[in-house]
Structure formats: structure tokens, C-alpha cells
Design a binder for this molecule. Structure first.
Ligand code: FES
Length: 97
């Protein structure tokens, strides 16, 4: 991943912004990364990656070891899976088996 690649697609937060935030604020808990432009408060996909960025706050050039394309594809699969789970849950609540 390059610095300007988005990590949080929901809020369009780049790796650079998140790294700078983590370096400046040194979050004690990964959940504090959400204070950086709302990262992680949408679909939830990026939360494990926000955690990694927070843990490596001292490393100015920390990056995620995957291509932006692979990252985007994995997120798309995550969203499809979540949508299917929600649909199945809605059907169950609606009385269908
Ligand atoms: S991609 Fe970050 S919350 Fe959805």
C-alpha cells in the first residue's frame, strides 16, 4: 500500500492520514483511531488494519503488506458476505426458514 491509498473506504481516510494521526496521538486503544476522520466507524472492514497502524505508530514508513487492488477486492468480499448475513438474518426474523 502506498501512503495515499485509502484504508477506510467508508470515510476515505488514507494510510498517510492514519499514520500521521497514530504518530501524533499515540492512541492507547486501537478504537481511538476512529478519531481520525471517523475511520473504522462505517462497515468495520478496516478495523484490523487500523489496529496494525496504531501498533506500529512509531514506524514512519509502516505500510500494509498487500496491494491496493487486493485490499479493495477483500473489502468487496467482506461487504458481500455481510450483506448476505444480514439478508439471512432478516429472513429469519421475518419468519422464513
Ligand atoms: S472501510 Fe473503514 S469503516 Fe468501512
Amino acid at each position: 500500500m502506498k501512503p495515499d491509498d485509502e484504508i477506510c473506504y467508508c470515510y476515505h481516510v488514507s494510510l498517510r492520514k492514519l499514520r500521521n494521526y497514530a504518530r501524533r496521538e499515540r492512541p492507547r486503544h486501537a478504537s481511538q483511531m476512529s478519531e481520525c476522520l471517523g475511520a473504522g466507524t462505517g462497515c468495520g472492514w478496516c478495523i484490523p488494519f487500523l489496529r496494525q497502524i496504531a501498533e506500529h505508530a512509531a514506524e514512519a514508513d509502516f505500510t500494509l503488506d498487500q496491494s491496493p487492488e487486493a485490499y479493495a477486492a477483500a473489502r468487496a468480499e467482506y461487504r458481500e458476505r455481510r450483506a448476505a448475513e444480514k439478508q439471512a438474518g432478516d429472513r429469519k426474523e421475518g419468519g422464513e426458514a
